[in-house]
Design a protein around this ligand. Structure first.
Ligand code: ADP
Length: 364
C-alpha cells in the first residue's frame, strides 16, 4: 500500500512555489498522506509563511488526488511551522522570538527603514507573527512610517519593562517612542550601545515568528556590540546601485561575517526609476551592482526594488505600500523578498532535510 501512493507524495514534493522557484522538497516541507475508509487527507507543513501560495498548492494537490484516487473524499491541509533559530537563549522575552533579523546598510538614506518595514509587513501578510524594532537610534523614522502619534508612549510594566506598541498589526518598539523631537539626545558611542541593549532586553515581546531589527546605518561598534549581545539569526544588507553605497555594503557583509552572523542576502533599493507619468523604467544609477557584490561575497541577491513615487507617497503618513496595496506589483516584490529571506533562514539553520514522507494507512 505504501509503495502504491509513494509516487503521489513525490509529485506533491515536486510542486514549485512560483514566487520562490523552489520545490517543497528543497524547502524542507513535510507532506503526509492519511487514508482511512473513504477519506484521503493530505497534510502539508511548509517551513516558511506563504499565504500567497497556499491556494495554488491546495489546488494542485486536489487535482492530483482527484484523478489518482477518484473514489475517495479528499481533504488537503496546508500550514506552516517556522523552525526556531538555534542561537543561544537569553533567558528574557527575546526567547519568545523564533528569528531576529538585522536589516543593515553601509550608509544612511539608502532606504533601509523603508525596506525593513515593508519586509516586516510582507512576512505578516504571508501569515507570520512579526515585530519590528527601530534600532536606528540616530534617526528613528519608524514611528512616522507606522503612523504612531508623537504623543504615544509604550506602556511600562513593573517600572522596568516596555510593552511594544501595536501598529499596522506589527508589534513595534522604537527609541522614537521614548524621546521627543523637542528633547533630542546627544548620543556618544557607549551610550548608544547601552541604550540599545536596554531597549532590546527590556521590551516584553510576545511570541513572534520574526523580529525585524532596523539597525543604525554603518558598521561601527554598535553593530558589533549588538550582534554579540543578542541572538541575531541573520543579517540583510540594503544598498543602492551607486558605487559608494556598494562599497559600504561590502563592509556590512564583512562585519557580520566576523561576528558569525550569516548574511542572508543583499537587497538593491532604488535600483531603477519608474516614471509616475508613463511607467517607463530606467536604471539611472547603473545596472547589476547588487548582483555583483552578491556574487563577489557569495550571498544571494534577495531582490531589487525600484525608485518609485508610489512607494514613497504614503510612507510619511503611516501608509507603507505593503499595508495599502499588498497585492500591487511593488508589494509582490517585497513579498517575494520576504519569502526568500524566510527560506534562507531555514536553510541556514539546518541543511534542507531530505524529505522522508510519512504515510499512514488505516483499514478499519
Ligand atoms: P534609511 O533608513 O536608509 O536612512 P529611509 O528608509 O529612511 O532610509 O529612506 C530614505 C528616504 O527615501 C525616505 O524618504 C523614503 O521614503 C525614501 N525611499 C526609500 N526607498 C525608496 C524607493 N524605493 N522609492 C522611493 N523612495 C524611497
Amino acid at each position: 500500500m505504501q509503495d502504491l501512493h509513494q509516487p503521489l507524495i513525490d509529485r506533491i514534493y515536486e510542486w514549485v512555489d512560483p514566487s520562490l522557484e523552489l520545490s517543497l522538497a528543497a524547502s524542507g516541507a513535510k507532506v503526509s498522506l492519511l487514508i482511512s475508509d473513504d477519506q484521503a487527507t493530505v497534510n502539508i507543513v511548509l517551513t516558511y509563511p506563504s499565504g500567497g501560495a497556499v491556494e495554488s498548492l491546495r489546488h494542485f494537490t486536489n487535482q492530483l488526488l482527484e484523478s489518482a484516487l477518484p473514489h475517495l473524499t479528499l481533504s488537503v491541509n496546508v500550514s506552516h511551522k517556522i523552525i526556531v533559530s538555534d542561537k543561544a537563549k537569553q533567558g528574557n522575552s527575546l526567547d519568545n522570538i523564533k528569528h531576529l533579523i538585522a536589516i543593515t546598510s553601509g550608509k544612511g538614506g539608502v532606504g533601509k527603514s523603508t525596506t525593513a518595514l515593508n519586509i516586516a509587513l510582507a512576512l505578516q501578510y504571508e501569515g507570520a507573527s512579526v515585530g519590528i524594532l527601530d534600532a536606528d537610534i540616530y534617526g528613528p523614522s519608524l514611528p512616522m512610517m507606522l503612523g504612531v502619534s508623537e504623543q504615544q508612549r509604550p506602556e511600562v510594566k513593573e517600572q522596568k519593562f516596555f510593552m511594544p506598541i501595536e501598529a499596522l498589526g506589527l508589534q513595534t518598539m522604537s527609541m522614537g517612542y521614548l524621546v521627543t523631537e523637542k528633547t533630542p539626545m546627544v548620543w556618544r558611542g557607549p551610550m548608544v550601545s547601552g541604550a540599545l541593549t536596554q531597549i532590546i532586553n527590556q521590551t516584553l515581546w510576545p511570541e513572534l515568528d520574526y523580529l525585524i531589527i532596523d539597525m543604525p546605518p554603518g558598521t561601527g561598534d554598535i553593530h558589533l556590540t549588538l550582534s554579540q549581545q543578542i541572538p541575531v539569526s541573520g543579517s540583510v544588507v540594503v544598498t543602492t546601485p551607486q558605487d559608494l553605497a556598494l562599497l559600504d555594503a561590502k563592509k556590512g557583509i564583512e562585519m557580520f561575517r566576523k561576528v558569525d552572523v550569516p548574511c542572508l542576502g543583499v537587497i538593491e533599493n532604488m535600483s531603477t526609476h519608474i516614471c509616475s507619468q508613463c511607467s517607463h523604467e530606467e536604471a539611472i544609477f547603473g545596472e547589476g551592482g547588487g548582483e555583483a557584490i552578491a556574487s563577489e561575497y557569495d550571498v544571494s541577491l534577495l531582490g531589487s526594488i525600484p525608485l518609485s513615487f508610489d512607494l514613497r507617497k504614503g510612507l510619511d503618513h503611516g501608509q507603507p505600500i505593503m499595508a495599502v496595496l499588498p497585492e500591487g506589483s511593488l508589494s509582490m516584490q517585497y513579498r517575494q523578498i520576504a519569502l526568500k529571506l524566510a527560506i534562507r533562514l531555514q536553510l541556514e539553520g539546518q541543511s534542507a532535510t531530505a524529505t522522508i514522507p510519512d504515510i499512514t494507512i488505516t483499514d478499519d
